[in-house]
Design a protein around this ligand. Structure first.
Ligand SMILES: [Zn+2]
Length: 274
């Protein structure tokens, strides 16, 4: 056991020395010890294949056509030409979800379409998910987990030398510390990521020519869905609706300015899904 932990600590320090500081797009937040794209991009590619291997994909028709069009427009404004963008629509009406893996590997489930309702709604959720990827949230989360594991590993080595503790006591302490580290460190940060993804999503959709007001409308429809005791998967880790609306309102004026510079000529708020 201690050997594995030593390896982990070694890996952690290697990553910390290998990576420098980067900034998140739009919010410009400084990020330290992010795992480099060289590692994250192939990881995103492989995970995408795994996650979609058993899925039933929609390969033709208007719905997937709209998804690809929105995706390409959002991709263009991110300034990430190195990403191998992929847009998949999963035929699953029971799943109210969408996600984007590192490197722009995106999946939407048909269950989320009625909540998006129109192309602009899709653009906001697309922007939000892409925002998680371009702001390196996956990499940041992984480096945090490694840091937590590294810290726990060091503590384990220390406790291992304290022979007056029984193995059971040591295990109990490790368990409690692991849970504490998760609740106190990883979860609050995740909410910060959600807020940042909302802001980035709002700016991406506006720059791509979609009316930013639709972002708030999407959340209202999402909230209506969660009323009947059915919490959409998409919301399970997301901030409260009130908080979310407040965040979006705070950034709306800026978003409107970006939208005004380059609005799409077609009506993107026409109902496509209900
Ligand atoms: Zn999110």
């Amino acid at each position: 056991m201690p050997t594995q932990l030593l390896v982990l600590i070694g890996l952690l320090s290697a990553i910390l020395t290998l990576t420098g500081c980067v900034r998140a797009p739009v919010t410009d937040r400084l990020q330290v010890s992010v795992i480099p794209e060289k590692i994250m991009l192939p990881l995103g590619r492989n995970t995408y294949q795994d996650m979609l291997s058993g899925a039933r994909l929609v390969t033709n028709g208007d719905d997937v056509g709209t998804l690809r069009r929105v995706g390409k427009r959002i991709a263009r404004v991110t300034g990430e030409p190195g990403y191998g963008w992929r847009f998949s629509l999963v035929d699953d009406r029971d799943t109210l979800n969408a996600w984007c893996l590192p490197g722009g590997k995106i999946a939407f489930y048909t269950g989320i379409l009625p909540v998006l309702q129109n192309e602009a709604g899709m653009a906001f959720v697309m922007g939000h998910e892409v925002g998680h990827a371009t702001a390196h949230h996956g990499a940041e989360r992984m480096s945090q987990q490694l840091a937590v594991l590294g810290g726990l590993g060091a503590l384990y080595l220390y406790m291992d030398r304290k022979s007056e503790l029984t193995d059971q006591q040591k295990n109990l302490m490790m368990g409690a510390l692991g849970v504490g580290a998760q609740v106190g460190f990883i979860l609050p940060f995740s909410r910060k990521h959600e807020k940042e993804a909302d802001i980035i999503g709002l700016m991406y959709m506006s720059r791509a020519g979609y009316p930013p007001e639709e972002s708030v409308a999407v959340w209202e429809r999402m909230q209506a869905q969660s009323g009947g005791g059915r919490v959409p998967a998409f919301l399970s880790t997301h901030p409260s609706h009130e908080q979310r609306r407040a965040n979006l309102r705070e950034w709306m004026a800026q978003a409107r300015k970006r939208h005004a510079r380059n609005p799409l000529s077609e009506d993107t708020q026409k109902t496509l899904w209900r």
